[in-house]
Design a protein around this ligand. Structure first.
Ligand code: PMP
Length: 316
């Protein structure tokens, strides 16, 4: 792991030296409750000497939707945000698996009420190294949290509003104290929703099943990719529908998926062993084809990747 700070971040339209991007502590109050963000990964391909950013356009389009929902004005086009991200990876010379963290929040809040509509947006994009755990031996024990997933009538679960993350944080803390690795949250109807910062999928009788987009989940880009790969590459049927809690207990395989979570196998839920208690075959196959689509080890799904252009440059 590298622990030094990157040279630059993108801050309100400018490539800005890391140490110059400061704001006053008085902005700590209201500036982030309506903030929205993205989590995007770039994967390093050692043979090509190239970094590939995964589904960058879809992430920036979701940022645009998130901003619309929380009434934050966006002063840039999706194309400008894509170009800014690519340029940032180049100037920071990101020759390793990289996490990109764009965040939009309310600027100049000291004299503002928290509920005003006349807001000015600040927007930044950060990079940091984040190694992949795909192809590894990650195994998690999950517990259904007693916290329910936020629902449409309270907060907007389908977008990446920073305030939403108190929900997953409480769930993860609760089950962590009880000795589990991760939480699964039910929605207000008592049906399966998602994990803290990741979607949940299960395999039963050779079918891949995941809660539908009205189950109180984020409109996840990884979830979409996994469903496409399962259907098109592995040729297995997929179902997006309401999922019962006890379906998890009797599933053959369960895993979480998301940009940061990638594919994270779950081997027990509420101490019910899943399948034979080991990582299942379809989970391992999905891990393999997902990694190929991210890291560009073959040419399929090239439309999902944005090469940064590092292959054409000398390391800094
Ligand atoms: N749900 C939540 C609440 C999340 O924060 C994330 C991570 N962004 C996901 C699901 C997975 O979404 P994605 O695949 O787009 O990263």
């Amino acid at each position: 792991m590298h622990h030094e700070r990157p040279s630059f971040l993108w801050y309100n339209g400018k490539m800005t030296p890391w140490d110059d991007a400061t704001i006053h502590v008085s902005e700590m109050g209201w500036s982030t409750i309506g903030a929205v963000f993205e989590g995007i990964r770039g994967y390093w391909n050692e043979d090509q000497g190239e970094l590939h950013i995964y589904r960058l356009r879809e992430h920036m389009e979701r940022l645009q939707r998130s901003m619309k929902l929380v009434h934050l004005p966006l002063d840039y086009s999706v194309d400008e945000l894509i170009e800014a991200t690519v340029e940032l990876a180049r100037v920071n010379d990101c020759r390793h698996d990289t996490y990109f963290f764009p965040m939009a929040y309310t600027a100049d809040t000291y004299f503002a009420r928290f509920d005003g509509l006349e807001v000015k947006t600040s927007l930044q994009i950060l990079t940091r190294p984040l190694p992949s755990h795909l192809g590894g031996d990650k195994k998690m024990h999950a517990k259904i949290s007693s916290w329910r997933r936020i629902s449409e009538d309270v907060m907007p679960p389908r977008v990446k509003n920073l305030s939403n993350y108190r929900n997953g944080q409480l769930a993860r803390q609760e089950v962590g104290i009880d000795g589990y690795d991760t939480a699964i949250l039910l929605n207000t109807h008592g049906k399966v929703s998602e994990g803290p910062g990741a979607c949940v999928m299960l395999v039963r009788d050779g079918k891949l099943i995941t809660p539908d987009l009205t189950s109180g989940i984020l409109e996840s880009i990884t979830r979409d990719a996994i469903l496409v790969l399962a259907r098109e590459v592995l040729g297995i049927p997929v179902e997006e529908r309401v999922v019962d809690r006890t379906e998890l207990y009797v599933a053959d395989e369960v895993f979480l998926c998301g940009t940061a979570a990638e594919i994270s196998p779950i081997v027990s839920v509420d101490r019910y062993p899943i399948g034979d208690g080991n990582v299942g075959l379809i989970t391992r196959e999905l891990d393999r084809v997902y990694e190929a689509s991210l890291r560009a080890t073959d040419s399929s799904y090239a439309e999902w990747r944005t090469p940064v252009g590092l292959a054409a440059t000398v390391p800094a």
